[in-house]
Structures are given as structure tokens and as C-alpha cells.
Design a protein around this ligand. Structure first.
Ligand SMILES: [Zn+2]
Length: 313
């Protein structure tokens, strides 16, 4: 082949390949921020699974960003949030430096995305803007180091009664959960992009029903609830507790899932995390937080109202 046809072929390729690339949805950059848990959880067990779920979509490139370890100097922790379409967090740990918090608030107000997984909503009880981002949160460390910061003074609990959201600001009590068990997750906002095509109710595997979460509860959409059974669990709330929520904060989008417990004593498989319902709602919730849309199809192995579905790696 002479040089001219070769050049022509190269020029054709150069023209064709970028055009083809433009037709596919661009990969979204997602930060998976983790690195600390309380003694009740274990980020080392949860984040590899979440990372795999995000990458399996083919929609995201995932950078894992680890905070310093508990008690270590946090002053150099300054991730560049603005480089990412969404920040997925598995984090229940030390306070960030004020400048890092301010950068995160600015990122969210300007249209950033946040996914808060399970115990992440226990973090930062005294960070006002964080409480607004997550809507409602659990326990949280008090100044004396004991859990239970988020009491009635932190705001109402979100209830689902008679087909709608009710904010209960008068019943006292902080976060709790019944012992782990399989429970029904009931869809409440079926037309939300995250929920479209999911069953009206599905059985989630062996998790904690986070209950009596409290916070400002502003700009929250309740996507799905679960009802802890007072007969089986006499100290349970007997209320439809929010399990999946979205919150808007400035121009930012937050997907808040209370599902996904694992602690340092648990042995694999970690059923709440390998539940196909957990995986799929994290995948869909992350896409929504990153882009405002959900393009993923609901897989055939999604749990049903009668049967859990777990993916043993
Ligand atoms: Zn837990």
C-alpha cells in the first residue's frame, strides 16, 4: 500500500471513531469515598462490592478515595469533589476539615450528586448542611463519644401514613432497628426514575430496618418504605420507615439508601449487600444522582415480594 491510501484510511478512521464514540453515553466519573466506620460497621467489607456494582453498569469510572484512618490527622483530606458527577459515600467517621466541608457544600449546591449508603447517615450529626443533604439521619456520636446525638431536637421523623408522607416532630426517641431479618421494601413513588419498573414490593435479605431517623426532612421524596413488625419485634416502631429517599439540595441530587449493613464480625456472603435489590437500587440511584436520569434496565434476578434474590460472588 502506498502512503496516500494509508493516510486516507487513517483520516477516515480518525473521522469515524470519534463519531461512533459520541453516540455512546459518556462514562460518568464517580468518587467512592470511604475509609472509616464506627465499631458497628465495616467499610472494608462493603466498599469492594459497591465498587463492583457501580463498574458493572458500564456507566461509571470509579475512583476510590480513602480518608485518613480514625484519629489520624485529617487536615490534608481535600478531595476534588468538582471532578466527579457523583460522590458515593460509605463513611461513618471523623469530622472533615472546615474547608473540605465547605467545598463539599459548594459542590452539592452547584449540582453535585451524593449517594449515602446505610451507616453513612450516622455521620456528622452537628454539620447542619450535611443534615439537610441527607434529610434524616441515624444515631451519630455525641460530644461525649456515646451514640445517640440525633434526638428530637434534630427534627422530625419521616412517616408514611394513609398514602402520604407525614412528618412526626412530637414523638420522642432516637434511631433504632430490629434484629436483622428479611423484610418487604414497598415502593411509594413508582414513577421516580430510580423506581420505574421495580416491583411494588420486594423482599430484601437479612438487613436492619433503620428506624426513627431524624433531621430537617426538607425536600425529601420517599421512594420506598419498610414496616418493622411489632409482633415479631415488640420494641419496633410499627411505622412505615423510609428506606430509599431522594433529596434535593440547591441544584444537587442525593440518593439516600438506609440498606446495606455489614459489621466486622459478619462472614461472607454479606446478605444485605449481595441482595440484588440492594445492588440494583445503588446502581440506579447513583446514575440518577450523577445525571438526573436512569437508563438501566431492571434485571431478571430482581427480588420479588415472595422471594429474596442474592448474588453470591
Ligand atoms: Zn448497620
Amino acid at each position: 500500500m502506498s502512503i496516500l491510501p494509508r493516510l486516507l484510511a487513517a483520516a477516515t478512521l480518525a473521522l469515524v471513531i470519534p463519531t461512533a464514540t459520541l453516540l455512546a453515553a459518556p462514562m460518568q466519573k464517580v468518587m467512592l469515598l470511604t475509609g472509616q466506620s464506627s465499631k458497628y460497621h465495616d467499610w472494608l467489607k462493603s466498599y469492594p462490592l459497591v465498587r463492583t456494582y457501580l463498574e458493572q453498569t458500564g456507566l461509571f469510572t470509579v475512583d476510590v478515595v480513602l480518608t485518613p484512618t480514625q484519629g489520624a490527622d485529617m487536615s490534608g483530606f481535600k478531595p476534588t469533589f468538582s471532578n466527579y458527577a457523583a460522590v458515593v459515600m460509605i463513611y461513618e467517621g471523623d469530622e472533615w476539615p472546615a474547608a473540605t466541608k465547605a467545598a463539599f457544600v459548594a459542590y452539592m449546591k452547584n449540582g453535585g450528586g451524593l449517594v449515602s449508603i446505610h451507616d453513612t447517615d450516622n455521620a456528622f450529626p452537628y454539620w447542619k448542611e450535611w443534615n439537610e443533604m441527607i434529610g434524616v439521619g441515624g444515631w451519630g456520636l455525641k460530644a461525649d463519644g456515646n451514640i445517640g446525638a440525633r434526638d428530637i431536637t434534630f427534627g422530625p421523623m419521616i412517616r408514611w401514613r394513609d398514602g402520604k408522607v407525614v412528618l412526626d416532630a412530637t414523638t420522642p426517641g432516637g434511631a433504632t432497628h430490629p434484629a436483622k431479618h428479611d423484610f418487604l421494601v414497598t415502593t411509594r413513588t413508582p414513577d421516580h426514575p430510580i423506581m420505574r419498573g421495580l416491583p411494588a414490593a420486594w423482599l430484601h435479605a437479612n438487613d436492619e430496618i433503620y428506624s426513627r431517623l431524624r433531621g430537617p426532612a426538607k425536600n425529601v421524596t420517599v421512594l420506598a418504605t419498610a414496616l418493622p413488625d411489632k409482633v415479631k419485634f415488640p420494641t419496633a416502631t410499627g411505622e412505615n420507615e423510609p428506606m430509599l429517599m431522594t433529596i434535593t439540595y440547591g441544584k444537587g441530587r442525593i440518593f439516600h439508601t438506609t440498606l446495606g449493613h455489614v459489621n466486622s464480625k459478619d462472614l461472607p456472603p454479606y446478605l444485605p449487600l449481595v441482595c440484588a435489590g440492594f445492588a440494583v437500587t445503588v446502581q440506579r440511584g447513583t446514575e440518577w444522582a450523577a445525571t438526573g436520569k436512569v437508563t438501566q434496565k431492571v434485571p431478571a434476578d430482581f427480588p420479588t415480594a415472595g422471594k429474596t434474590s442474592v448474588r453470591i460472588p
